[in-house]
Design a protein around this ligand. Structure first.
Ligand code: ZN
Length: 252
């Protein structure tokens, strides 16, 4: 996908740098990479996109935070806490798995990033790209309702249509799980259970997310690439010491 216009906003997906090691192109801290290299890559992204970027400290929670304009820094709406600035072009990290920014009356509002390596990255756009969100939805967050919570929060800001883009994740033919986990997940989210290409129990997070979002009246686009099968994307199942890619949304 790399850089494209989508639903009034801009989206950018980072990829593994070609022909290099397990962490090349990585944008995640805490994956054993050298911090200065990660910070440099994040700063380069901000320069390329022409916008500062808010990052999250993702913990598989269902927490979604709204970020508003503060006096000197983007600020969490709920607590009034100003975000830190560890490096030029970088804000946060926000202790959440979903962040929303309302860029109406906020020229140059920051972009939002979600990092993944198999989990589901989802970005949202409403109000012609002026309200955007970035969400990390792994199995736990998805079953816990983080996508529904994000859609609800956006709808409380604007009653118009909402778009969601589901980024590359591990697909339903590759995401093998124990049979009891597949059964328990199916009870919570009917349609999520699937079967691997080798015939064992699995979960299909992209399909389950898409059908749930559609049921809540959200228009959905999907990047069908599977992180496990595509060498240009980081996959934790393929290599547990791998880096993280980022799906970034830049508000209009
Ligand atoms: Zn796959």
């Amino acid at each position: 996908m790399s850089d494209k216009l989508w639903a009034g906003a801009r989206v950018h997906l980072t990829e593994v740098d070609p022909g290099t090691g397990a962490l090349c192109g990585n944008v995640g801290l805490h994956v054993g990479d050298q911090e200065s290299l990660v910070r440099d890559r994040r700063r380069a992204l901000a320069v390329a996109l022409g916008r500062e970027i808010v990052w999250m400290d993702q913990t598989h929670s269902t927490r979604v935070d709204l970020i508003v304009r503060g006096e000197s820094a983007p600020t969490l709406a709920a607590s009034g806490e100003a975000l830190g600035k560890p490096m030029t072009g970088e804000w946060g990290p926000v202790d959440a798995d979903g962040i929303i920014v309302d860029a109406r009356d906020w020229q140059g509002a920051p972009a939002l990033a979600v990092q993944t390596a198999d989990c589901l990255p989802v970005v949202f756009s409403a109000a012609s790209g002026q309200i955007v969100a970035a969400v990390h939805a792994g199995r736990r967050g998805l079953l816990g309702g983080i996508l529904e919570e994000t859609a609800r929060r956006i709808r409380s800001l604007d009653a118009g249509p909402i778009d969601a883009l589901i980024g590359p994740a591990i697909c339903g033919r590759c995401y093998e799980v124990p049979a009891d986990m597949a059964d328990e997940s199916e009870v919570l989210m009917p349609g999520i259970r699937s079967v691997t290409s080798w015939g064992t129990p699995a979960l299909d997070l992209p399909r389950a997310a898409a059908s749930s979002l559609a049921a809540w009246g959200v228009r959905v686009d999907i990047d069908e690439r599977c992180t496990l099968e595509d060498a240009d994307l980081f996959s934790y199942r393929a290599d547990s010491s791998c880096g993280r890619q980022a799906l970034i949304i830049v508000p209009a």
